[in-house]
Write a protein that binds this ligand. Structure first.
Ligand code: SR1
Ligand code: MG
Length: 417
């Protein structure tokens, strides 16, 4: 690990960070602090600091992958990318992320606002809770951050500088490149899956068209630096109350295709939908919750396209699809045509990324709690099998699926099969 870096502990944290003016002001004197390590993600340490004046979150990168251990080293500089992504997301969609109070590059520490009474969205969805405005807000977040992080909006020199800055997030991209796009489709050493899926997994891994589709998606991810992505936008990267939505954890930020974040996100709502029959709830309640989840998928996509179109019409100042090209000679309608074309491309990419995210969470290393919490392996395998089948249809049918209603209808149909 980097020279001078030392991992924090609940005991050492007040001594090491007690001198920070911002923490003294917002949390209180360090003598009053109580510190709890609450990190349940795959990579980092996360502490909640509670003092006489308030609370804060202290997030610190470890020099290795927490989920696997010291055998898998991972650079500390991911905290630098997380910090840089957070401040850009806040500028592009104010109020969408926790406020950053302090950043220490050498110690890989980001000190942030403590969101309360927020909980991780994934846990809320498993428990059958609803969040008002969720789909609208997430659609806006994707539209604003993706539009404003691209050549549609940014001055070319600033955008190129950001492209270079985030291009150095090599190791986290490498995780995505392997764990998302390749490992699910062969017997990679760290893969695991529910035993009852052996036959389905063998068939998927023997499916040449699927492997080719996965590699096309990988090429899109590695080569099409269209905009600054969150890079790991799943329901574990979102915190909610009954009425508020915030996005966290953008350490995988990199330039990539417009459709990547929104595809991953929709995949996670679809997996929440498919996992519902495995959780304890009365059948009527479950059906209501599943309807609500699919409603979120529809609203999310509609909100994304509405906000993206609004930004296109009102804020298009970058070097792409220059507004001035369309303003003379009565070509205003052509700008709408260009918008439709671009949204069509994003739609198609989104479907592919959505399908592959569903596969990698069931076949690869990093599973999600929606399915993992289903203790009965037979029930879990049945839920996962439906998600795998849908993922395959999305990846192979991306070019011919029309409209988000078709996607939710497919999810409803497959849930009954
Ligand atoms: C080894 S890291 C595994 C996964 O956790 C992160 O949240 C990303 O989703 C990554 O793919
Ligand atoms: Mg994360």
């Amino acid at each position: 690990s980097a020279e001078g870096y030392l991992a924090l502990s609940p005991e050492s944290l007040p001594r090491r960070l007690g001198g920070l003016a911002i923490l003294r002001e917002r949390v209180g004197p360090p003598e009053t602090w109580q510190v709890k390590e609450v990190g349940d993600g795959n990579l980092n340490l996360v502490f909640i600091v509670t003092g006489s004046a308030g609370q804060a979150v202290v997030k610190q990168a470890l020099p290795y992958v927490r989920l696997v251990g010291e055998s898998w080293p991972l650079p500390l500089r991911r905290a630098f990318f997380e910090y840089n992504a957070l401040i850009r997301q806040e500028a592009r969609d104010p109020g969408s992320v926790p406020a950053v109070w302090h950043f220490d590059e050498g110690q890989a520490i980001v000190v942030m606002e403590f969101l309360t009474p927020h909980v991780i969205l994934r846990q809320a969805l498993i428990a059958g809770r609803r969040v008002a405005g969720l789909g609208e807000r997430l659609g806006e977040f994707c539209a604003r951050t993706l539009f404003r992080g691209s050549d549609l909006s940014m001055p070319a020199p600033a955008r190129k500088a950001d492209l270079a800055l985030f291009a150095a997030n090599v190791e986290l991209c490498d995780i995505t490149e392997n764990l998302v796009f390749s490992d699910p489709y062969f017997a990679a050493p760290l893969n695991r899956h529910t035993p009852g899926l052996d036959g389905i997994v063998a068939r998927l891994r023997g499916d040449l068209s699927l492997k080719v589709a996965a590699q096309h998606l990988k090429l899109a991810f590695t080569s099409r630096a269209e905009t600054l992505l969150h890079g790991d936008l799943h329901t574990g990267s979102i915190m909610v109350t009954d009425t508020e939505t915030r996005v966290i954890d953008p350490e995988f930020a990199t330039y990539g295709p417009f459709g990547f974040d929104i595809g991953m996100l929709i995949a996670n709502f679809l997996m929440a939908h498919f996992s519902q029959p495995g959780h304890e709830s009365a059948p009527g309640q479950r059906a209501d919750h599943q309807d609500w989840l699919l409603g979120i998928v529809e609203t999310l996509w509609q909100s994304f396209t509405t906000e993206f179109s609004h930004l296109w019409r009102t804020e298009r100042r970058g070097i792409l699809y220059q507004a001035s090209l369309y303003e003379d000679q009565g070509h205003a309608l052509a700008a709408e045509q260009a918008l439709d074309d671009l949204l069509g491309r994003i739609w198609q990419d989104m479907l592919g990324f959505c399908g592959i995210e569903m596969h990698r969470r069931i076949l690869g290393l990093a599973h999600n709690a929606d399915f993992e919490r289903i203790a009965d392996e037979g029930r879990r395998a049945a839920c996962e099998a439906r998600a795998l089948a849908m993922g395959r249809q999305l990846m192979l049918g991306a070019g011919s699926i029309r409209g988000i209603g078709t996607v939710t209808a497919m999810a409803r149909r497959m849930d009954k099969e």
